[in-house]
Every structure is written in C-alpha cells, then in structure tokens.
Design a protein around this ligand. Sequence first.
Ligand code: HEC
Length: 203
Amino acid sequence: MMRSISVRVTRVRNLVITMIAVAGLSSCGGDMKVTAPPPPMPTAMLNANPASINSGQSSTLSWSTSNATTITLNGAAVAASGSQMVSPTATTTYSLVATNATGSVTSTATVTVMAVQRLTYNTDIAPILNSNCIMCHSGPSPSAGRDLSNYNGVMAVVTPFDPNSRIIQMTQPGGAMRGFLPDQVGMSDKNRRWIVDSGAPQQ
Ligand code: HEC
C-alpha cells in the first residue's frame, strides 16, 4: 500500500527522516533526505556623495545590502547598511562585498579627487588689480590706506586660505569693491580661489 506524508522544512539544511514501520504496514521503511533550498544571492549597493571633491574635502559613502552573512567595505567588516565619511587625497574606488552561502556580490563607488588649479599673484591676480583697483589703491595716499599695486600691499588684506580675508569680503556679492570688477563673478571667484584654494602665493 502507498502512503505519502508531506513535511514542511524551513530552516534545517540536511534532514534525514527515517520512516518506521507502523503496525499493519509491513513494507514501509527507508531514509529520505531533505535539502533546504540555498539562500538567494545577496545584494549590495554602494554610493558616494558627492562623487567628486577637491583634495581636503570629504564625501559620504552610504551602503545597503540584503541576504548577506558577511559584509565588508574595502576589506573591513561593516554593518548590513550604514554610512561613513571619507577624505581621500587621490581618486579612490571603494568596494562593498556582500557574501552568503550562495555567493558574493560587489558594488563599487569612486570618489574622484579633482586637481586644484594653482593660482598665483603674478600671473592671475596682479592683472585684475592693476586694471581695476590701483587707480585708487596706490600712490602716496591710497584709498583706505591700502596699496594694492604690489604683493606685500595686497597681502595686508589677505590671509592665506582664509575665506574671510578682507579682500574677499570686499569683492564677494554685496562687497563695496565688487562693482569695480568688470567680470564680477569670474574675477571675484578667481581672487577667492587664489586665497582659499592656493594659499595666495606670489608666484
Ligand atoms: C574709485 C576708487 C576705488 C576703486 C577703483 C577701488 N577701491 Fe577699494 N576702496 C576705496 C575706498 C574709498 C575704500 C574705503 C571705503 C570703503 O571701505 O568702502 C576702499 C576700501 C577697500 C578695501 C578695504 C580696506 C580695509 O582696510 O578694510 C579693500 C580690501 C578694497 N578697497 C579693495 C579693492 C579692490 C580689490 C578693488 C578692485 C576690484 C578696489 N578696492 C577698487 C576706493 C576704491
């Protein structure tokens, strides 16, 4: 006589069921092996925001995974999801690897570090000041006592790397000297980058 039973296996990986003869069923017996299905492939998603930075700035890596038993970010164990700030000094690709018994999935994100153009007083700034500022800011009695016709005079209103440098305040939007620049956006931005990004070098 044929009889069947059904079993529902959810977690056990290898289960051996031994059927025993019950009274009146003389020909019943044997082993049955039940194998749970393998877990689905893990998923992994890694993002960098912003994807490009200047050297010295930072980007936030954020990630999420599913079905993974082991998760690493550039080789170091991390939680199933999370975020982390990074400040690479050169373009760097980060990899998130999510692994389980079925396999492993990698997601990568690249943070591009942009080269900062080095601006100098001699090449980039003196021409702007000479054309637009020194008619008032030079000579025996320069306006506001500020002689902007030479590097040392300009450095009296500049602090290297400081975005609050006096000359930036005066030429940024709302600044009293901005109107003297024929290209207000381009020239004031160049002046700011010379100070803040390049450190206001003479040459
Ligand atoms: C028409 C004359 C004139 C021109 C052109 C001029 N300035 Fe001035 N500047 C002045 C006067 C007057 C003052 C003082 C009054 C004030 O602060 O508004 C001054 C003040 C300043 C100060 C503040 C100095 C301090 O000690 O706080 C800075 C910095 C400055 N100017 C930069 C510039 C730059 C950069 C340019 C060119 C884009 C420029 N100026 C063009 C007349 C001028």
